[in-house]
Design a protein around this ligand. Structure first.
Ligand SMILES: Cc1cc2nc3c(=O)[nH]c(=O)nc-3n(C[C@H](O)[C@H](O)[C@H](O)COP(=O)(O)OP(=O)(O)OC[C@H]3O[C@@H](n4cnc5c(N)ncnc54)[C@H](O)[C@@H]3O)c2cc1C
Length: 448
């Protein structure tokens, strides 16, 4: 292990599947937490489901995130799904008979001024409508969560019933549970496109052959816009790069997930900490930025202080990528098996500095690993979950906008119900893709 800045090498099983099924009731594109959770819920109901992942399970966002499982601060549209997700997380390890590292240890957003603290009150009020324990804390309550570091904040908003889990464990474990329940899961199996009959989905074409099906779910994370475009569907989506690090093992008084503008930190199951900058995300301008600029303006205005914009080779790379391709030759999905962007060294340097400044007891911990993940986001920073009227049999679950790890199991349950025509139990209307095209105002929830 080294204190130098190192880029994590994500090594999963990339051996091609020995066989693929000839047919399945439902085919899922993408083996992130959303895809595997959906597969798990479907397989448990006895539905024949096949999941194709171009790289390895959870190779992209689902293993690279901070591991926060929180309802605190969420857009009101996401709250019912997130509450259901929390219910699932609480017994997930037991239900799938594998540890996912879930612990209900609370979530804290800190305030350095009274004005900032007062700005949290609206979310505390929303939480009360749902009977949550969310409260504004200060003094000894704050010290109980973060030790002496508490003295630099006037207070914070805290939800005890939020938690954290280990991203490198969770989605692969859920995938194994789905397989045990009867799902077919194939890694190293990119879906190149779809076949249709009479205007309806009739098959998916993978790099290893064709699977007949009448129902397809696109849960392709950062690739969803590209996939949808290739089948004639416009899906506004942009990518921002988040840099993350983990530290060596060290004791501290940090009990919960802590978000401060300088640093975001949570204790890990291995005794170290997952750390990130509280307010820096990188966005490389691409043709998609220009294509969807108008729809993203409200989010851009809100996040402008956190975004570091740059232009580089990604612009040309995207320009050179075909929009549609023949299904019997290699597709762009096989060309990039795993999206593994490098961490930003400047951001890493700030993380180290801010960690030492905010939590002096951790000033000497080592950064033992660093990585980055491409967060895919929708224009209003809320997921897209719906069927597509223009292509019967085609469904979409994407745009989780930095919230999908926590939401994953609850989303999977709701999506499985949507796909089988059962009672979803949650209103999915706010998540329809058409909200970006039918004149509805595009409103990202003001972050707390
Ligand atoms: C740095 C960072 C920090 C984050 N922190 C948090 C957090 O603390 N809490 C939280 O709730 N969320 C967090 N998130 C967001 C969360 O990780 C994502 O919202 C969630 O993992 C999305 O899951 P997914 O299954 O939709 O997508 P992904 O995990 O990206 O999975 C999509 C999969 O689809 C596959 N795929 C794409 N195209 C094809 C194709 N044509 N054929 C086959 N396979 C295909 C990809 O290879 C990929 O594995 C964070 C994200 C990042 C990057």
């Amino acid at each position: 292990m080294t204190d130098n800045i190192v880029s994590a090498i994500w090594s999963g099983d990339l051996s091609p599947p020995q066989s693929i099924p000839e047919s399945a009731d439902i085919v899922i594109i993408g083996g992130g937490i959303v895809g595997v959770s959906t597969a798990w819920f479907l397989a448990r109901q006895g539905v024949s489901v096949a999941l194709c992942e171009k790289g390895f399970i959870a190779g992209e966002q689902s293993s690279r995130n901070w591991g926060w499982v929180r309802v605190q601060g969420r857009d009101p549209r996401e709250v019912p799904m997130m509450l259901e997700s929390l219910r699932i997380w609480r017994t997930l390890s037991e239900d799938i008979e594998e540890d996912v590292g879930y612990t209900e240890s609370g979530c804290l957003y800190t305030a350095r001024t009274q004005k900032e603290l007062a700005g949290f009150a609206h979310w505390r009020d929303l939480a009360q409508e749902y009977g949550l324990s969310t409260k504004l804390i200060s003094g000894s309550e704050l010290t109980a969560q973060v030790g002496d570091a508490a003295s630099q904040w006037v207070g914070g908003i805290f939800t005890q019933t939020d938690g954290r889990a280990e991203p490198h464990k969770a989605a692969p474990a859920i995938a194994r549970a789905a397989v045990k329940a009867g799902a077919r899961i194939m890694a190293s199996c990119a879906v190149r496109g779809l076949e249709t009959k009479g205007g309806r989905v009739s098959a998916v074409v993978t790099e290893h052959g064709t699977i007949r099906t009448s129902t397809v779910l696109c849960a392709a994370g950062a690739w969803s816009s590209m996939f949808c475009r290739s089948v004639g569907i416009s899906l506004p989506q942009l990518k921002v790069r988040g840099t993350v690090a983990r530290t060596s093992v060290a004791p501290s008084n940090i009990k919960c997930n802590v978000f401060d503008n300088l640093i975001a930190i949570r204790p890990r199951q291995d005794g170290g900490y997952t750390v990130a900058h509280g307010s820096i995300l990188d966005h490389n301008l691409t043709p998609s930025t220009l294509r969807y600029a108008f729809k993203f303006l409200p989010a851009l205005r809100q996040e402008i202080g956190s975004l570091r914009l740059s232009i580089g080779k990604e612009f040309l790379d995207e320009l050179r990528t075909p929009k549609i391709w023949a299904l019997d030759i290699e597709s762009p999905f096989e060309a990039t098996r795993v999206l593994n962007p490098p961490p930003n060294p400047k951001v890493l340097a700030s993380i180290k500095k801010n960690l030492a400044k905010t939590f002096p007891e951790l000033a000497n911990v080592k950064i033992v690993e660093a990585w980055a993940g491409m967060v895919e986001t929708s224009p209003d920073v809320v997921p897209i979950i719906c069927g597509e009227d223009s292509l019967p049999g085609f469904f979409i679950a994407t745009g989780f906008s930095g919230h999908g790890f926590g939401l994953g199991p609850g989303a999977g349950k709701a999506i499985a119900a949507m796909l089988t025509g059962n009672d979803v139990g949650i209103d999915l209307l706010p998540f329809r893709l058409s909200r970006f095209f039918d004149g509805s105002p595009i409103r990202p929830h003001s972050a707390i």
